[in-house]
Design a protein around this ligand. Structure first.
Ligand code: HEC
Length: 136
């Protein structure tokens, strides 16, 4: 009986820790200075934006949503929030910072460099993410 109680206690502790982990705030995502100041080598013209859009629809939309609000069909299953690309705070980041985050990923955000090893593909994505900026 004592053994049973210890087991139940252990299981409860594991559940509580798991729940705390799930609801924990996402810590700030620190971008190395080298990337913050990195210039975007790809001009944000119609060709780049439409290439970025096509990649987004296949690789990103399931989590980030069609309008970049972070409400894709897979979002509810995630433990972390994908962020909102239409927010001023998101758009205030440099192209290099956004490039770094999508390239390297973190936790549930996959490393885009794995499926999209070409730098230009990922810069096209940065250029497309800019189209979610709130209209002034
Ligand atoms: C499996 C779901 C998933 C997919 C697929 C995904 N993301 Fe994410 N993304 C996330 C999550 C979750 C975060 C938040 C990560 C964190 O803060 O730890 C995130 C964060 C980001 C951020 C940083 C947001 C911010 O507020 O600064 C960018 C940029 C981004 N994703 C771009 C992309 C792009 C581009 C693709 C496609 C190549 C993509 N993501 C695919 C889940 C996903």
């Amino acid at each position: 009986m004592k053994k049973m109680n210890v087991m139940i206690g252990t299981l409860l502790t594991i559940c509580i820790v798991a729940m705390a982990f799930k609801t924990a705030n996402q810590p700030a995502w620190v971008v190395p200075e080298k990337y913050v100041s990195m210039a975007n080598p790809v001009k944000a013209d119609a060709k780049s934006i439409s290439a970025g859009k096509a990649l987004y629809e296949v690789n990103c939309e399931a989590c980030h949503g069609k309008k970049g609000l972070g409400n894709g069909t897979k979002a509810a299953d995630l433990k972390t929030v994908p962020g909102n690309f239409t927010k001023e705070t998101f758009q205030a980041q440099t192209d290099g910072a956004i490039f770094y985050k999508l390239t390297e990923g973190r936790n549930e955000m996959p490393k885009a460099k794995k499926d999209l090893p070409g730098d230009n593909d990922r810069w096209n994505l940065v250029n497309f993410l800019r189209t979610f900026a709130p209209k002034k």
